[in-house]
Design a protein around this ligand. Structure first.
Ligand code: IMP
Ligand code: MG
Length: 179
């Protein structure tokens, strides 16, 4: 059990499960981009740990860039996405957007709009986690690691109001038996 701010979280997924999923994704991406030099575009802050492990397992030439967006406050999406740090020049690049988790899809929709404006050669989306029950958009998600129920999780880069990113496993919000 871990306590972050006012909330308690319980163990959900161990390191082995995460690493297995990351490796499978890296293998698929390596095959698909064999003849290309993709740019992994990490969405800060949450994707930094996933992207680090994904890149280490990726075989072939690749580049990295980051952009910083914000849509979450506490444990729910505000629905509004703001850009805090731009990705730099991606014109003509084959971009793989790397997200920690796709929830409503608002963040992705925002970033895809930006990439189209930038004139990228191609883009695909990789996310370690997807909450299918919360996802409201029609954008296709090319590489999904693990589908999870609509529950708030922390660890492996994911936070609750800034805390929990350094936990190496995934914890989920403890269910309240009185609910
Ligand atoms: P979306 O825009 O609603 O798809 O939300 C995506 C972003 O919200 C992710 O990149 C995360 O930063 C954050 N987020 C969504 N669900 C969770 C969660 O369960 N734990 C921690 N952060 C989350
Ligand atoms: Mg994020």
């Amino acid at each position: 059990m871990v306590k972050l701010h006012d909330l308690e979280f319980e163990p959900y997924l161990d390191q082995q499960t995460l690493q297995k999923s990351v490796k499978q994704l890296a293998e698929r991406i390596s095959k698909d981009y064999e003849s290309k030099t993709p740019v992994f575009l990490g969405i800060l802050n949450g994707a930094f740990m996933f992207l680090s492990d994904l890149m280490k397992q990726y075989e072939g030439d690749c580049e990295i860039s980051f952009t910083k967006l914000a849509s979450y406050e506490g444990t729910s999406s505000t629905g509004e996405v703001t850009t805090l740090l731009g990705a730099g020049n991606l014109k003509g690049k084959d971009v793989i957007v790397v997200e920690d988790i796709v929830d409503t899809g608002n963040t992705l929709e925002h970033i895809v709009g930006v990439l189209k404006k930038e004139g990228v050669a191609s883009y695909k989306i990789a996310t370690l986690f997807l909450k299918p029950e919360a996802y409201k958009k029609s954008l296709s998600l090319d590489y999904v690691g693990l589908e999870i129920p609509n529950k708030f999780i922390v660890g492996y880069g994911l936070d609750y109001n800034g805390l929990g990113r350094n936990i190496s496993e995934i914890y989920q919000l403890k269910s309240n038996l009185n609910d």
